[in-house]
Design a protein around this ligand. Sequence first.
Ligand SMILES: O=C(O)c1ccccc1N[C@@H]1O[C@H](COP(=O)(O)O)[C@@H](O)[C@H]1O
Length: 213
Amino acid sequence: MGNVKIKICGISDGAAMDGAIDAGADYAGLVFYPPSPRHIGSNDAALLAERSGPRIARVGLFVDADDAQIGDAVAAGRLDALQLHGSEAPARAADLRARFGLPVWKAIAVSSASDVKRAEQYAGAADLVLFDARTPKGTLPGGMGLSFDWSLLRHYRGSLPWGLAGGITPANVAHAIAQTGAPLVDVSSGVESAPGLKDPARIKAFVSAVRKG
Ligand SMILES: O=C(O)c1ccccc1N[C@@H]1O[C@H](COP(=O)(O)O)[C@@H](O)[C@H]1O
């Protein structure tokens, strides 16, 4: 599994950013969603962009955000990709990709086989689909440490590049990859010691579990 890409999401301070870079993760996720315990504003995004530079790609995470919010984050965080984790339709994804000239990752909330099939609607609009667990109404749309039935992705072959998220941890990531063949894995709460507090040791354990598998 040496070539599986790794995203550590919800990076909100320098130690977490250093941990993700030092561990060898490919992507750092910056959450621009105020209800999240991992939310950051433009100032912190700029500091994290300055600190990380070209050493890791930065993915900005949004939930049904407007153009101004996204534009501010793109400029401050010098983002390399946009992750849309709300109810954004294919047309919105395509519009944002054209407006900002950045790859768009669309999160797909999964609780059934039909949810997995729905990802195809984003062909031609998004650059990657990220399968994440559907979360209970009234809770965060992600970042809840919840997983879905990974067998729904067994032998998955869609037209877009894809990734797996939701409830992944250092202990289960090798199994998740073995069961789904995921070419990219994305983790937030699974590498934290408390909500929003990334643990560099858990980040390192997660990356080595992917790399050595
Ligand atoms: O991380 C968050 O706080 C968050 C908030 C709102 C939407 C998405 C969020 N994170 C994304 O959700 C997945 C799964 O999280 P977890 O690993 O189960 O905690 C995460 O990889 C982010 O892409």
